[in-house]
Design a protein around this ligand. Structure first.
Ligand code: ADP
Length: 154
């Protein structure tokens, strides 16, 4: 059985923090699926199709990686795609408390799935999609927070 992981999120937008987690996780798994969860879509701003397109383009040469949109419970989507691992990034103790509750809930919902956490690189700790989104909405330059391979064109 292949070691397959799902990296779920809203990626609104996909930041250098997300990119770093993905690049560091790729050597750990046989397959990595980036899942844009419609249930994660709190205050979404960038169009779903654009978010999918940007991430696909960024990793177009990465044969282990694919991008999918899903609805419903993350553990149900894991089961559907045969992913045994759920990947999440940890920035702060606030992230930890939230992720602990979600991870433990997921463990009750499906005990076969393990949540794996990667600590953010120190220089990415302050980067969040919601802040980047706010800077963008107010006309600020977000290029330093977005992977070089992504051109925000909306
Ligand atoms: P969600 O709505 O599920 O929180 P996000 O798109 O905000 O989705 O984040 C997806 C995952 O990426 C989460 O595990 C989050 O902790 C992680 N993440 C977000 N920003 C960073 C960052 N700057 N460095 C590392 N991980 C991050």
């Amino acid at each position: 059985m292949k070691n397959k992981a799902l990296f779920p999120g809203s990626f609104d937008p996909f930041t250098v923090g997300h990119e770093s987690i993905v690049k560091r996780a790729l050597p750990l798994f046989d397959e990595l699926v980036i899942g844009i969860g419609l249930n994660h879509d709190k205050n979404k701003y960038f169009p779903l199709e654009k978010r999918v397109e940007w991430i696909k383009k960024l990793f177009e040469h990465e044969h282990k990686l694919s991008v999918h949109v899903y609805e419903g419970l993350t553990v149900d989507f894991c089961k559907k795609i045969n992913a045994r691992y759920l990947l999440r990034g940890l920035r702060t103790s606030a992230d930890f408390e939230y992720e602990r509750a979600v991870g433990q809930t997921n463990k009750v919902l499906n005990s076969g799935i393990e949540t794996i956490f990667l600590l953010t690189r120190p220089e990415h700790t302050f980067i969040s999609s919601s802040i980047v989104k706010n800077v963008y909405k107010n006309g600020g330059d977000i290029s330093k927070f977005i992977p070089e391979g992504i051109k925000i064109d909306v």
